[in-house]
Design a binder for this molecule. Sequence first.
Ligand SMILES: [Zn+2]
Length: 86
Amino acid sequence: MTESYVCPHCKHVEERTYRVRLIVLTCPNCGRNGRFLNGSLVARLDEIPETERPDDWGTMPLDARLQWAIEENVLDVSFTGPLSVE
Ligand SMILES: [Zn+2]
């Protein structure tokens, strides 16, 4: 089993064998360093209703969206808790 991690800038996906909320690396696709989000978190961010999103949502990188969601408490708390490394 591998986990998918999504580039916050270009949505390039990297696979890793461990499960954490995010990993920091330089994207082999767009060359930018960033916080790759766990794919399941990206899916959860997509479920946030448009009416609850900030105005600049469309231009926010994925990691900024995650940070916003945690600060605004719009993601399920149990899910945003630390995900253990297996
Ligand atoms: Zn990228």
